[in-house]
Design a protein around this ligand. Structure first.
Ligand SMILES: NC(=O)C1=CN([C@@H]2O[C@H](COP(=O)(O)OP(=O)(O)OC[C@H]3O[C@@H](n4cnc5c(N)ncnc54)[C@H](OP(=O)(O)O)[C@@H]3O)[C@@H](O)[C@H]2O)C=CC1
Ligand SMILES: CC(C)CCC[C@@H](C)[C@H]1CC=C2C3=C(CC[C@@]21C)[C@@]1(C)CC[C@H](O)C[C@@H]1CC3
Length: 353
């Protein structure tokens, strides 16, 4: 089906071939990382030390545990006390139409249903923040507790990684409503990418540093730990400052905290911030997030590349995501976006990219 303008919407992620490759590569990458992190050499680019037998990989008990975890999260999600927030309204009051491009692989990967719901249970919104992110910090905690069992007490590096990532997840849950304006909720369908990303990729690869530290303890002195804490604090300050500034502005441009910021009018009636954080680069929030990603890897030392996998993957993800967002903003704002790009020429890293 053509999009409202009659033209075919551009295929993303390399179209069907890219989608098929990612659906094979991503689970294989996660599997490789989980095998290598437990090995002595822990070589990111080396072959996995061994391939476990089927009896190791398939456990009905683990499947039951995972389904119980999902069920618990679903029950908590349905609690009547939860706050209900308006989703982001689309331009023409209707919902985006997904191109029926006649290719099941691409649709399966990117998903076609924008708001997959059963009654009030929104599967995409539920998966985006709860089972995966909370599962992530639970795995981290399990690593910390296992290190305490093994070595008498958790290492300083393990405390740092747990603390930094607990702050990140707690922040995401505290600002849960902000997820409603992300492209995952407003633009992407709920397909393999988000289902696998939310439920497997986040808990099992985002906890890689904690898993690495359990199997490869790293000495960390207080002076270096203090510098790493400062790096994470700077990253979080930029991340939170930029996200809050934009979300406050989007909710109420007259809010005293953003009313004095310079803006560019657009034909949609919405304005673009062109000073403050969003006058520094076009995605300051990504910059803060990447600085935190560096701070999460540094406690693992520099002897192995493996703990820096998240930083490498995340850089690629945000560079790609930024390009996708640029395309969407160009479609939304046209000349106003060109003007914004002229005045704010850098995307993520000031004077570099
Ligand atoms: N840890 C992880 O795996 C991931 C973390 N993230 C983090 O999630 C957060 C959200 O990122 P993301 O969902 O990509 O989207 P963003 O929060 O960056 O929002 C992008 C949208 O913001 C609006 N916008 C852009 N520029 C301006 C401007 N100058 N003035 C006003 N509005 C503007 C546009 O939407 P509109 O104009 O329609 O409002 C644009 O589509 C980020 O901090 C990111 O780092 C993201 C992906 C993965
Ligand atoms: C290569 C992967 C399989 C592609 C999947 C990417 C997903 C894991 C991410 C896409 C956007 C995400 C966001 C977050 C977590 C990761 C995913 C789902 C946050 C919830 C992280 C916390 C932030 O405060 C908000 C983010 C929104 C986007």
């Amino acid at each position: 089906m053509a999009s409202p303008q009659g033209s075919r919407a551009p295929l993303e992620f390399g179209g069907p071939l890219g989608a098929a490759a990612l659906m094979l590569l991503l689970p294989a990458t996660m599997f490789h990382l989980l095998l290598v992190v437990r090995s002595g050499p822990a070589r990111l680019l080396g072959p996995p030390p061994y391939l476990p037998g089927l009896q190791v990989l398939w456990s009905p008990r683990m499947l039951l545990l995972w389904l119980t975890w999902l069920g618990l999260q679903a029950a908590l999600y349905l609690l009547p006390a939860r706050k209900v927030a308006e989703g982001q309204e689309l331009k023409d009051k209707s919902r985006l139409l997904y191109p029926i491009n006649g290719n099941p692989i691409y649709d399966f990967f990117l998903g076609r249903e924008l708001n997959p719901r059963v009654w009030s249970f929104d599967f995409k919104y539920f998966c985006e923040l709860r089972p995966g992110l909370i599962g992530w910090v639970l795995i981290n905690l399990a690593m910390l507790m296992q290190e305490a069992e093994l070595r008498g007490s958790p290492s300083l590096a393990m405390w740092l990684v747990n603390g930094f990532q607990l702050l990140y997840v707690g922040d995401a849950l505290w600002h849960e409503e902000a997820v409603l304006t992300t492209m995952d909720i407003t633009h992407d369908g709920f397909g393999f990418m988000l289902a696998f990303g939310d439920l497997a990729w986040v808990p099992f690869t985002y906890s890689l540093q904690a898993q690495f530290l359990l199997h490869h303890p790293q000495p960390l002195g207080l002076p270096v730990a203090s510098v790493i804490c400062l790096i994470n604090a700077v990253g979080y300050y930029i991340f939170r400052g930029a996200n809050s500034q934009k979300n406050t502005f989007r909710k109420n441009p007259s809010d005293p905290r953003v009313a004095d910021l310079e803006t560019i009018p657009t034909a949609t009636g919405r304005q673009l911030l062109v000073s403050g954080w969003w006058g520094m680069v076009r995605h300051p929030n990504y910059l803060g997030d990447l600085i935190m990603a560096l701070a999460w890897s540094l406690p693992c030392g520099v002897s192995h590349l493996l703990p820096y996998f998240y930083l490498l993957y995340f850089t690629a993800l945000l560079v790609h995501r930024e390009a996708r967002d640029e395309q969407q903003c160009l479609q939304k704002y046209g000349l106003a976006w060109h003007e914004y790009c002229r005045r704010v020429p850098y995307r993520i890293l000031p004077y570099i990219y």
